[in-house]
Design a protein around this ligand. Structure first.
Ligand SMILES: [Zn+2]
Length: 98
């Protein structure tokens, strides 16, 4: 299980981890199929290395820490597998064995 580094709120499950090969501002980031106990921010356009996406920032529901973002829509068909997925920065979460 992965939890918020700040307040240990459970955020995502190990079996929902899809990829560790993402890069965010703070460094490595993970892609998850689902996330829990998060609050979505406003939708915004974001130009990433792989193209233009519509994304929402995601925040911890307990402490409000910005954890990463959720892909809402991809504007390129070959990136559409990312839609609905969550990108969470490794530096913001803790791996826990519970
Ligand atoms: Zn938190």
């Amino acid at each position: 299980m992965f939890s918020c580094r700040n307040c240990r709120n459970p955020i995502a499950l190990r079996h929902d981890l899809l990829s560790k090969a993402f890069i965010a501002k703070s460094g490595q980031a993970y892609m998850f199929a689902h996330a829990m106990n998060v609050v979505l921010g406003n939708k915004e356009g974001k130009q990433l290395m792989t193209g233009l996406f519509s994304v929402c920032n995601i925040y911890c529901s307990k402490c409000g820490e910005n954890l990463g973002w959720k892909y809402v829509r991809a504007y390129e068909a070959r990136q559409s597998f990312k839609e609905g997925k969550f990108i969470i920065e490794k530096a913001r979460i803790l791996k826990e064995y519970a």
